[in-house]
Design a binder for this molecule. Sequence first.
Ligand SMILES: *Cc1c(COP(=O)(O)O)cnc(C)c1O
Ligand SMILES: [Zn+2]
Length: 431
Amino acid sequence: MFRKKGRFFAQEITLSESIVRALKCRECGQEYPIEPTHVCEFCFGPLEVVYDYEKLEGKFTRELIESRPQNMWRYKELLPIDGEPKVGANNGFTPLIRADRLAKTLGVKELYIKNDSVCYPTLSFKDRVVAVALSKAVEFGFTTVACASTGNLAGSVAANATAAGLESYVFIPEDLEQGKVLGAAVFGTNIIAIKGQYDDVNRLCSEVAGKYGWAFVNVNVRPFYAEGSKSMGYEIMEQLGWKAPKHVVVPMASGSLCTKIDKSIKEFIKLGLIEDTGTAVYGAQATGCSPISKSVKDGTDMIHPVKADTIAKSLAIGNPADGFYANRVIKESGGWCEDVTDEEIIDAMKLLAETEGIFAETAGGVTLGSAIKLLKSGKLPKDESIVLCITGNGLKTQEAVINEVAKPRVIGASLKEFDVLAEADGVKSNS
Ligand SMILES: *Cc1c(COP(=O)(O)O)cnc(C)c1O
Ligand SMILES: [Zn+2]
């Protein structure tokens, strides 16, 4: 950063060379060039982006990162794009809140909320993964982008694609909340509702991706898409003053975010940006769709697919693509899993709103509700730092709480009528 006439100008520095090495099979280790592909030809394992971190040694510093604009691209060297982002240049960098009022209610010493319910531009953490997926899609030369979505992804793909001049097709299960449907349709996307659950939508999209040659953000460009989630972890560490929390609670659908939060911490340690203080990663699911949580609690690494039945529709993936890896990250980090009923989800949404003034969607209720259960069982200690990842906005899942909150009391525009109301409330007036 340099100072000029009293104002700060962030100096745009791109470190000369991309450190992205290849796509690598998570099962057999086979490496592939950087292409729109996601499964290993030899063993059908999922592919992941791998980097040559040595190339950043001594160059990717806290000072460099701090000098950059406040969006997710301040960590661009660790995201799999070439040079500058083509899509979603302003996405990310959401507040990390010290949640003292909620902490007091829960009897916890040090509690933070990473608030992606206000992520730019579509109010969920999906704006991070979409920014990377669409930037990469443009680099690959695609002009139509698509996704299989539980709701938030559809809105984010539609908005970010529109803003970048890309055509989009978004596929959703037909029973989504109105706010999610509207929150995609308004951008003029092609929105297709499938009679079935997310897992049916996803299966169809795998076939469409092969046949129509589009960039499906969570199918053929999934390895790049998934890397975008790391930015949530990077921000948490920077915002904590360049350290990792002792505990982090993450909502899980496919389980990808959970694994990428863990990857982000390992990368910052490797690059010397933070010290290794041993962060435990905890997964949160809705009981009505808890294949990953169940596998951890049962002490197995087998994920048994389920049919989803929960108000947390954004997390309703019955056959989670990254379930096995999320299970492993959780166990290896010393974390645990919990899951919550619809009722517990609603209670937690209200508690978060009433203590911290944050209206999170159902997935936020899953995160906080699961954290409360983990605190009660002693799996999550009360005297160490905890970060809760809040990933989506409550205005998109109004159905969940509309009948659970007070209705406005209606009066005429008359002081007399208000006086009656105030007196009933026991409120004293000046005269
Ligand atoms: C998609 C989503 C998640 C979790 O996504 P993963 O598939 O596990 O990476 C969490 N919260 C919200 C609100 C989401 O939309
Ligand atoms: Zn393989």
